[in-house]
Design a protein around this ligand. Structure first.
Ligand code: ZN
Ligand code: ZN
Ligand code: ZN
Length: 136
């Protein structure tokens, strides 16, 4: 597990520090997108600045992304291979389940194409509300 994450970091020209590896394993182990408060709980031995810096390095590196922005709570999830330090290129949507309140990354069956005249779009964030497959 650790070597996999170490490779992920080195691929993005990031040093595989113990703190980054630990944060990554917490995000990856969580079965859905992890709320920030859970991250804080799991990594209570990180001080606030360390957690912020470690998280930001992974966000900039295209390894982790924010999975929900419209809630009071911010959620984080692992990125796929198509993200890099050059940018995030997500083609999935974020499903917020109204039953279990979990936020998860889900692939939509149809491709999402959004065109805005005279704008170069890097990334589209779509949040979907509904009931997840576990709660149906
Ligand atoms: Zn990403
Ligand atoms: Zn659910
Ligand atoms: Zn996602």
């Amino acid at each position: 597990m650790d070597t996999e994450f170490a490779e992920l970091l080195r691929d993005r020209n990031l040093k595989a520090t113990p703190k980054r590896l630990e944060l990554l394993s917490v995000v990856a182990k969580y079965n859905s997108a992890i709320p920030y408060s859970e991250l804080q709980k799991s990594l209570h031995h990180f001080d606030r600045v360390t957690l912020y810096r470690t998280l930001n390095a992974l966000l900039d590196g295209g390894i982790v992304h924010k999975a929900s922005v419209s809630n009071e709570e911010v959620y984080y999830a692992m990125c796929k291979h198509y993200c890099s330090s050059e940018g995030h290129h997500h083609k999935h949507v974020h499903l917020k389940c109204k039953e279990c309140l979990e936020v998860s990354c889900v692939e939509a069956k149809n491709t999402i194409v959004i065109d805005i005249p005279n704008v170069e779009i890097d990334n589209v964030e779509i949040e979907v509300q509904g009931t997840c497959s576990k709660c149906l």
